[in-house]
Design a protein around this ligand. Structure first.
Ligand code: UDP
Length: 553
């Protein structure tokens, strides 16, 4: 472990002088604590007080300068989980003069990204809350490069997936407890604090029942970019999709087909599939494919990803291991199994991932609806779904309920009881769901053609009007194609025109294939109309409206 911060790389006296003269400097992005990331020069951390320290000098800057609003509730979220009260970041303030009375600072020369991991024991949380946000935060700030240092302040130990965090940069990440080893006062020469929330797609149910985030800002492209970068770091090579379907001969494609296989992700301690062998046989027979099992207990993470990255289908019980579906090739299917009384529609982190635009994964869920095929564990500890600690009446109610009602995170005993059941998968109902699900699988070739280039504004939009009779008028609108269209091959180009009578709050929408049209129905003489025109590619790629036209008949 390289715990040396190579003090040689910075001139200690220069650094100390800079700190004394300039104090700490902070500039942030984001108007709210929930979307803020701050960059600091000379932010310090007292390992004794376990507090970050901002040193004020005459030339300190602190933007935003919030005054005491900085504590309402915090400067920023240290984890990517929004507004969680255990994840707030703030610093204490001191005048630089106080340095004279403090332990000698130790300077950290590396550009540092300081954050909280949210739940480093759980693979889904590792990816969704930490790895993806850290990866894209590092993309956002170019000095957070491969040499950057990550510091995890949540206070946990390395956890079972520390190797994954190591892939983010070439330097060993530091844990809060290790900071003490360096000294009593550490000063980060350059640091960023906070994580981008741009890539997260799921909220865990702290204030409302869990579900997809309201405003998802990430697409499959970014997730796949991240997955590819991580695979490269793990030295996993997968057959490039381009190689696969670009220019390959009929025979090659036949051979590829023969190589296709299904991966079953197996859990070996909780939430078991009790008849895994039977399930595997059924899958093999149904698809005439090999079936390979993977499990976190038996294999290294890279070897699991190696398998998943070329699988045609991933089958697994609901659970954190399903986050690995981001490594599936485009066009693959995710089949998620749910225990008895658990509604798949209410627990959708993996469905949401698979359904992100451009992720190009087909998602199917199956749920055990036969109570005789579930195995409950009422006597286990409460975290694993035990209910023995509850009142008899409450236990009884839970035992007879066939659907977990909506609930908040994270300790609802009925939810834990049901989600930690083991399941004997009923093969006929499983195959029915699978067959029905596969019928709706879109053809990847077709969806690929639908690219994601949006139209520009239509140009030179004009209107001409004429009055025919006291009751009839005409309105002719014409425009030119968007500038980017002449460089594109677009399957279908249409135009949308909205006509609103001035002062009315409704409008008439029209979809037109051509670049001009004369409207006569519902057009009145001596009336002012507002007209909006936009271009649409392939039915659903909407362009922006051109400047509104004002047309008087
Ligand atoms: N886990 C596992 N095998 C098991 C049970 C759990 O590998 O039999 C892993 C799981 O993938 C996750 C962690 O242990 O990374 C915690 O599992 P838990 O059941 O608490 O969470 P969940 O999978 O429901 O998110």
């Amino acid at each position: 472990q390289s715990q040396e911060l190579s003090q040689a790389r910075i001139d200690y006296h220069v650094a100390l002088q800079a700190l004394q003269e300039h104090g700490t400097r902070m500039v942030c992005t984001g108007k709210m604590h929930t979307d803020r990331i701050c960059r600091f020069d000379y932010l310090c951390y007292s390992t004794e007080a376990e507090e970050f320290v901002f040193f004020h000098s005459n030339s300190s800057i602190m933007l935003p300068n919030l005054g005491s609003r900085r504590f309402q509730p915090a400067l920023l979220d240290l984890s990517s989980v929004e507004d969680h009260n255990t994840q707030y970041f703030n610093f204490l303030e001191l005048p630089v003069a106080a340095l004279k009375f403090m332990p000698k600072p130790v300077f950290v020369p590396d550009v540092t990204l300081i954050l909280n991991r949210f739940n480093p024991d759980n693979l889904m949380h590792v990816f969704h809350d930490d790895l993806l946000p850290a990866f894209f935060t590092m993309k956002q700030y170019s000095d957070l490069d491969d040499e950057a240092r990550l510091v995890f302040m949540e206070g946990w130990g390395e956890g079972p997936h520390f190797d994954l965090y190591r892939l983010l940069s070439s330097k060993q990440p530091l844990l809060k407890e290790q900071l003490r080893n360096f000294g009593k006062l550490m000063c980060f020469t350059k640091s960023y604090i906070g994580l981008s929330k741009m890539t997260t797609w799921y909220q865990y149910g702290f204030v409302q029942p869990q579900g997809p985030k309201a405003n998802i800002l990430v697409s499959g492209n970014e997730i796949r970019h991240f997955a590819k970068a991580l695979m490269e770091k793990m030295n996993i090579t997968r057959v490039e999709e381009a190689e696969r379907d670009g220019g390959s001969s009929e025979q090659e494609r036949e051979r590829d087909k023969k190589d296709e296989y299904i991966a079953v992700f197996s859990r070996s301690t909780t939430r078991l599939i009790l008849n895994e062998a039977e399930l595997i046989m059924a899958l093999a027979q149904e698809f005439q494919m090999r079936v390979v099992t993977v499990s976190l207990e038996e294999q290294s993470f890279p070897s699991i990803i190696q398998v998943i990255s070329a699988a045609s289908m991933l089958v697994s019980m609901h659970g954190a291991q399903l986050i690995t579906s981001m490594f599936l090739p485009r066009g693959a299917t995710v089949l998620e199994l749910f225990p008895f009384a658990v509604n798949p529609e209410q627990y959708t982190p993996y469905k949401t991932l698979a359904s992100l635009p451009g992720m190009d994964l087909h998602y199917i869920s199956w749920r055990n609806s036969m109570e005789e095929k579930t195995v409950t564990h009422p006597d286990r500890p409460w975290e694993q779904g035990g209910i023995a600690h509850l009142e008899k009446e409450e236990q009884q109610r839970i035992m007879v309920s066939t659907d977990v009602p909506r609930h908040l995170c994270c300790r609802n005993p009925e939810w834990l009881f049901r989600i930690y059941q083991d399941t004997l998968v009923d093969i006929p109902s499983f195959l029915k769901v699978l067959r029905d699900g596969m019928k709706n699988k879109p053809n990847l070739k077709k969806t690929k053609i639908a690219n994601t280039v949006h139209p520009g504004r239509v140009r030179e939009a004009h209107c001409q009007t004429s009055v025919q009779t006291p009751h009839e008028a005409r309105l002719t609108v014409s425009w030119q194609i968007p500038w980017n269209l002449k460089y594109l091959k677009v399957r279908e180009v249409k135009y949308e025109v909205w006509i609103q009578e001035h002062g009315e709050n409704t409008y008439m929408p029209y979809i037109l294939p051509q670049q001009n049209y004369t409207f006569s129905e519902n057009i009145k003489p001596f009336t002012t109309y507002l007209v909006w025109v936009r271009c649409i590619f392939n039915k659903n790629l909407l362009g922006p409206f051109a400047d509104v036209l004002t047309c008087r008949t």
